[in-house]
Design a binder for this molecule. Structure first.
Ligand SMILES: *Cc1c(COP(=O)(O)O)cnc(C)c1O
Length: 412
C-alpha cells in the first residue's frame, strides 16, 4: 500500500487545474444543461479567500459527477474533477483494498447506505437476468450485528433478510448458519447475497470470511459476497496488514467504504467498488439524456465530495494515514488497560478503535455525561466508546476517573 503525501501547494494547484478542465458556467457558452453554479448572493466567486480554497471553489462551481466514470466516458462536461474521482477510487481499490489495476468499477455515493443498496441491487438484477430468479428466491444473509442499511435494502428491493446469530466472540455462529441455510433452502431461497462487515458499527467486530463462505458454498451454488467496510475501511486495512476482506480475497465481489466516517471527509462521501462486469446490472439505459447513461442509485452528485476525499488522502499520504490510525489504536489500548484494571468486561477487536462495555458496569449518569452510544437505548446491554480524532486523552482520563469512582461505590 503506498501513495505519496503531497504538499498543500501541489494539492491546490492540481484541484484548480482539474476545475480548469471542467466546463465552466461562468465563461463558456452553455445553453442546454439544467444546471449552473451555486447561488451568487450567498456563494459568490470573488470572495478573496477562494483562491486558496480548492474545495470551496469546487463546491461553488458545482460540477455534477452523475454516472460511473470508471465504466464509461460519461458526461464529458466535468472531466477534470471526474478524473480526481477516478483517482480516489484507484487509491481505495488498488492501494487500500488490493485490487488489480482496471479490474473494478465504482463511484462516490451519498453514503454507506446507498453503496450497500447498490451492491444488493446489482446482485438481485444479476440473479433475475442471468438465472431467471424470482424475487422471493433471493436472500440477503448477514449476522445480527449488521448495520440496519442491510434491512433497508431488502425492503426496497423485495429480497429476503436472513439473520444469523453471533457467538460470544461476535463471530457468525456457524451452527446457526448451517441450520439457516438448510431451512431457507427448504423455504425456496435459491440465490444468496452474503453481506460481510469489516467493523460492525456497534462493536467494531470483523467478520471472518473463510469459514462463513466455506459453509455457504457447501449449500448454495449461486451467491455473491459484498463487504460493508463503511466504518472499518479507512482504519482496519491500515492497522491489520492481514486483513482478509479486500479484493485480494477472490470471493469478495464488492466493497462499501465511507469517507465521512474515519476519513473525516464531509457527508456525502460513501464509496462503492465492484469487480468489473457487475456495474452493468445497475445500468439504467432509459437515462438517455445522460451521456454514457447512469449506473448509480442516486443520479446527480457533487464533484466536490470526491475532491474533498482526494485532498485528505493526498495531504497525509499512506504512511501519514497509517500513523494517524495507529495513534487511535494506542489511545483505545489505553482505555482497555484501564477497564481491565477496573474489572469491567468489554468487547474490542484489537485492530479497531471501538470498545463496547458491559452496560451492567456503567452507571447511566456516566454514560449520559460522555454521550456513550447504546446497542439499544431502550434497554442497553452495551455502551460503546468510539475513539475518533476528537476523542482526546484528557477526556478519556476524566471518563475513566468517573468510572473508577462509580466502581468503588459498586464494589462496596
Ligand atoms: C455507518 C455505516 C453504514 C451506513 O452509512 P451511511 O453513510 O450512514 O449511509 C453502513 N454500514 C456500516 C457498517 C456503518 O458503520
Amino acid at each position: 500500500m503506498y501513495w505519496k503525501k503531497l504538499p498543500f501547494k501541489t494539492i491546490k494547484s492540481k484541484i484548480f487545474e482539474a476545475l480548469e478542465n471542467n466546463l465552466n458556467y461562468k465563461d463558456e457558452p452553455i445553453l442546454g444543461l439544467p444546471a449552473t453554479y451555486l447561488d451568487q448572493e450567498q456563494f459568490y466567486f470573488n470572495a478573496p479567500f477562494l483562491k486558496d480554497a480548492p474545495f470551496l471553489s469546487t463546491l461553488i462551481s458545482n460540477p455534477n459527477h452523475i454516472g460511473c466514470h470508471t465504466y464509461s466516458k460519461g458526461e464529458s462536461y466535468f472531466s477534470g474533477t471526474q478524473a480526481v474521482e477516478v483517482d480516489v477510487l484507484r487509491i481505495c481499490a488498488e492501494e487500500i483494498l488490493g485490487a488489480e489495476p482496471n479490474s473494478y468499477d465504482g463511484y462516490v455515493a451519498p453514503g454507506g447506505t446507498e453503496a450497500n443498496i447498490q451492491a444488493q441491487w446489482i446482485y438481485r438484477n444479476y440473479f433475475v437476468k442471468e438465472k431467471k430468479a424470482k424475487l422471493e428466491e433471493i436472500g440477503l444473509i448477514f449476522s445480527e450485528d449488521v448495520h440496519y442499511s442491510a434491512f433497508k435494502g431488502c425492503n426496497i428491493l423485495s429480497i429476503k433478510p436472513i439473520t444469523i446469530k453471533i457467538d460470544k466472540d461476535r463471530n457468525w455462529d456457524l451452527v446457526d448458519l448451517e441450520k439457516q441455510l438448510i431451512t431457507q433452502k427448504q423455504l425456496g431461497i435459491k440465490y444468496l447475497i452474503v453481506h460481510l462487515t469489516m467493523a460492525t458499527t456497534m462493536y467494531g467486530s470483523i467478520d471472518v470470511p473463510g469459514p462463513i463462505i466455506e459453509t455457504i458454498k457447501a449449500h448454495f451454488e449461486d451467491y455473491f459476497v459484498h463487504v460493508d467496510a463503511a466504518f472499518g475501511g479507512f482504519i482496519y486495512p491500515f492497522t491489520n496488514s492481514e486483513c482478509q476482506l479486500t479484493f485480494k480475497n477472490e470471493s469478495v465481489s464488492s466493497i462499501t467504504l465511507d469517507g465521512h466516517k474515519m476519513l473525516q471527509a464531509p457527508y456525502g462521501t460513501g464509496i462503492f467498488l465492484a469487480r468489473k462486469g457487475l456495474m452493468e446490472y445497475a445500468q439504467t439505459e432509459e437515462a438517455s439524456y445522460v451521456q454514457g447513461t447512469d449506473f448509480t442509485l442516486c443520479g446527480s452528485r457533487s464533484g466536490a465530495n470526491a475532491v474533498s476525499m482526494w485532498m485528505i488522502l493526498m495531504s497525509h499520504g499512506s504512511a501519514g494515514w497509517q500513523y494517524q490510525m495507529e495513534r487511535l489504536i494506542d489511545r483505545t489500548d489505553g482505555i482497555c488497560e484501564k477497564l481491565d484494571e477496573l474489572n469491567i468486561p468489554y468487547y474490542r477487536n484489537p485492530y479497531m478503535n471501538i470498545v463496547a462495555m458491559d452496560a451492567k458496569y456503567i452507571p447511566i449518569e456516566v454514560a449520559k455525561k460522555y454521550h456513550l452510544v447504546a446497542d439499544d437505548f431502550n434497554n442497553p446491554k452495551w455502551w460503546k466508546i468510539v475513539t475518533m480524532m476528537h476523542v482526546k486523552k484528557h477526556v478519556i482520563d476524566k471518563f475513566l476517573i468517573d468510572l473508577q469512582q462509580a466502581s468503588t461505590v459498586f464494589h462496596n
